[in-house]
Ligand binder design. Sequence first.
Ligand code: FEO
Length: 135
Amino acid sequence: MALINWNDSLSVDVKEIDLQHRKLIDMINELNDAMKTGKGKDVLRTIVNGLISYTATHFKKEEQYFEKFGYPDTANHKKEHVGFVKKVTDFKDGFEKGNLPLSVEVMNFLSDWLKNHIKGTDKKYSKFFNEKGLK
Ligand code: FEO
């Protein structure tokens, strides 16, 4: 069963960004399935690396739009992005060193963070972006 399911409450009303969020959700679900079905460390590492890399791509895209349109909440929003990257990087380091196995708690952290960030922080830019013609 999927850990997170996409639904309209997660839409930020910008097509390109919704697609990126859906891809992040798919990747978290894939990681969760791999953990639950007992996949080996190499498989988990590949998925984690993919998630880290795509998260960076996604944050960069949002931040490019912030800069392009002069989004007023840029500083706060970027701070959340930086905090998440640090958490995930710490988690990956622990995983590589073998002292932090992938767990239900880690998966819940990832999925809760993403849901809360999209609903609470990303959605704040919907109206602003839409008014700039980004839909
Ligand atoms: Fe969609 Fe601010 O991350």
